[in-house]
Design a protein around this ligand. Structure first.
Ligand code: BG6
Length: 507
């Protein structure tokens, strides 16, 4: 089905001169403009603390875009040349009232009353911004148009703060006006999880504890903390990645079939799956999670500064740059199936993947086969990034006179079949924000269920003197991560393996 163009709208971006705006939002809007989904009736009103006027913002964006890709394609594109005519800017302090009166004036003068307010600002401003917008009547919807707010992560720093933020926001506006973003949901392969499951009988019919042994969800990164020391030291790998990005993937894997493809049906099933995550006692939290921190070293030939020596990181910080947890989704479908999640910085490969390992066949008829080596369990690997795709690992008969089995991989890569271009991942999120589809945005209950499941880990670590275990850059993380899974007789999926297979081995 062809996507329809978006309605007229003013996108009011708080934090318009910041990194998110220029690196992701504007390029995504350019891509949407190029594909004809966003027309000349989209206007951007930037708001920021930097002094300047409309021309200043356009100039800044122009110069950033010209360096964004090798040939300056975004800057030269027809989409940008048209869009840059419709960008304006208000400079000021958005803790003060004046700026909101100015926004009101601009929106009243706009040809359409539709407005989406995008909070590309530090999280301490989220609640106060909603209050100010509401006080000035800017969130009131009418026949003249919709009013929506888009909020980036982090949404809270623990269960209590996430609940407080939801309460503050929802005391001023309706849930239907709130678009809580998780950029992982903009990734094509993440959206494909639902299609893979619910459009394929041969997948969904095996999708339960009768056939699945365990699930692994990994988001490994090669980047280090770099210039984000202040944010990261206060945050750590668990808060930064688990209750948000990794739980979104987990929810897609674990949810029941929705009773329709409407936003509420899907969001309800995802929230149900997250609220079924087992809430651990302090003792369980202690034994079901491990933490690591990277030391100095080299990665792909580049020097890596130890986390503890990174700018704005306390030398005696106990913050983790790697975390692995073992969780259970306590539902009929998933009873007894562990979900192992891990994420870390400065690791051996950039690899975001979900590996679903099926149970071993109940009886192996192949007398000649070394079962451990040649008859591994089936696996389905959903490669989220890089090299987006899906593969199935099966066993076949090795050619020859004796009956011997050999594992092979059936491999599908998006790039082989489709022109997926250079999307930022924000295209579908912005498009849905404009057309009013909340499917890819998180509902308050889903966010809180996620925090509830990780809170026991935060609590035991806050009380513990134990520091995260060091790991060298370019590895799979600390050895305690291996222990977490090998003590159950299982192993982590090797990082970056699919890309290698694809590069030649899977013949
Ligand atoms: C962000 C985290 O939300 O996601 C970063 O704050 C992390 O620390 C990033 O690097 C990962 O996103 P992606 O799309 O690069 O995998």
């Amino acid at each position: 089905m062809e996507a329809a163009p978006t309605p007229p709208v003013t996108l009011v971006i708080f934090g318009a001169t910041g990194d998110l705006t220029r690196r992701l939002l504007i390029p995504a809007i350019i891509n949407l403009t190029q594909s004809g989904l966003v027309g000349d009736d989209l206007h951007i009103l930037g708001v920021g603390i930097d002094p300047g006027d409309d021309a200043m913002l356009v100039e800044k964006l122009d110069s950033f875009l010209s360096q964004l890709d090798d040939d300056g394609a975004h800057q030269k594109s027809e989409g940008w040349q048209r869009l840059r005519q419709r960008i304006s800017y208000i400079s000021g302090d958005f803790t003060k009232d004046g700026i909101f009166e100015e926004i009101k004036k601009r929106l009243s003068a706009a040809s359409s009353g539709n407005a989406a307010f995008y909070f590309a600002v530090p999280p301490q401003f989220f609640g106060p911004l909603v209050e100010k917008l509401a006080e000035h009547g800017l969130t009131t919807e009418s026949d003249r148009g919709f009013r929506r707010i888009a909020i980036e992560k982090p949404f809270g720093t623990d269960l209590a703060s996430a609940r407080a933020l939801n309460a503050q926001i929802l005391s001023k506006i309706a849930e239907s006006q709130v678009y809580r973003l998780d950029h992982f949901l903009g990734k094509e392969t993440v959206q494909n999880i639902l299609t893979a499951r619910f459009a394929n009988m041969m997948i969904e019919s095996l999708w339960n504890n009768n056939y699945i042994d365990h699930v692994q969800i990994t988001a490994a990164e090669t980047v280090d903390v770099g210039m984000r020391g202040k944010f990261y030291d206060a945050t750590g790998a668990l808060r930064d990645m688990v209750p948000n990005h990794l739980f979104q993937l987990l929810a897609m894997i674990a949810m029941e079939a929705p009773n329709g493809f409407g936003a509420e049906a899907i969001r309800s099933e995802k929230s149900k799956a997250l609220s079924a995550l087992r809430i651990y006692t302090p003792e369980e939290a202690q034994s079901h999670a491990v933490r690591g921190v990277y030391t100095g070293g080299t990665l792909n030939g580049n020097p890596i500064t130890a986390f503890h020596e990174t700018k704005d990181v306390s030398p005696d910080s106990k913050t983790e740059t790697f975390v692995a947890v073992k969780l259970y989704v306590d539902t009929w479908r998933w009873a007894g199936v562990p979900f192992y999640l891990r994420t870390g910085k400065a690791m051996t490969a950039r690899d975001t993947e979900i590996v679903v390992t099926f149970r071993q066949v109940p009886f192996a008829q192949f007398r000649e086969t070394d079962i451990k080596r040649n008859l591994p369990p089936n696996r389905m690997v959903i490669q989220v990034q890089p090299d987006e795709g899906l593969s199935m690992e099966l066993s076949i008969k090795a050619p020859g006179l004796s009956v011997d089995t050999v594992p092979v991989s059936l491999d599908f890569r998006y790039a082989d079949k489709f022109d997926i271009g250079k999307m930022t991942g924000y295209e579908s999120l912005l498009y849905d924000l404009f057309i009013g589809d909340q499917t890819l945005f998180q509902r308050a209950d889903g966010i809180e269920a996620g925090w509830e499941a990780v809170q026991p880990f935060l609590d035991v670590w806050a009380k513990s003197d134990q520091a995260p275990e060091p790991y060298a850059p370019g590895t799979m993380g600390p050895s305690c991560a291996d222990d977490l899974i090998t003590q159950d007789g299982r192993q982590w999926h090797a990082l970056g393996v699919l890309s290698h297979n694809h590069a030649g081995a899977s013949k």
